[in-house]
Write a protein that binds this ligand. Structure first.
Ligand code: THU
Length: 160
């Protein structure tokens, strides 16, 4: 028997202004995308902006459905669109922002487990890390230099 410790390194910024201008710009695109969330049920809006290696930015927002499980998160809306439109381009980074219409969201909101799994698929596919930046509406911003920091013990194609 042995005990295994898993460590992840994240960087926490006090606010968006501490980040380089290009990251601020990408997060602003995620904030704009959040405005287009269709979230009449949860009243929780999420925006995602993905930078591709050709400098193109693909955005997404959560899209809900009266049949709740048929809705889709912002991250997967964006990354599946990126995969569909630019199948051969690498994803450099993703900026994510989430906010509730019921209360102010000031803590960083990480992507859900299903979205982590979806993002991981593309990180494995492109054999290069995808940087993830996430925040609430305002306040602290968390940077993960790779999706794998957010999803250790990855299930991927190597086991199939
Ligand atoms: N949501 C996202 O868009 N991304 C996440 O990572 C977590 C949750 C959405 C799904 C649903 O529309 C709403 O937030 C509340 O769960």
């Amino acid at each position: 028997m042995k005990e295994v410790t898993i460590e992840s390194k994240l960087i926490v910024y006090d606010n968006l202004d501490e980040l380089p201008q290009d990251i601020i710009g990408l997060m602003q695109k995620a904030m704009e995308a959040r405005q287009n969330a269709y979230a009449p049920y949860s009243k929780f809006s999420v925006g995602a902006a993905i930078l591709l290696e050709n400098d193109e930015v693909v955005i997404g927002s959560n899209q809900e459905n009266a049949s709740y499980p048929s809705g889709l998160c912002a991250e997967r809306t964006a990354i599946y669109y990126a995969g569909a439109k630019y199948p051969d381009l690498k994803i450099v980074r993703m900026a994510l922002t989430a906010g509730s219409r019921i209360h102010q969201t000031v803590t960083p909101i990480p992507p859900c487990g299903a979205c982590r799994q979806a993002i991981a698929e593309y990180e494995v596919k492109q054999e290069a890390p995808i940087e993830i930046y996430f925040m609430g509406e305002t306040g602290k911003v968390v940077k993960s230099s790779s999706l794998s920091n957010l999803l250790p013990l990855l299930f991927d194609k190597s086991v199939l």
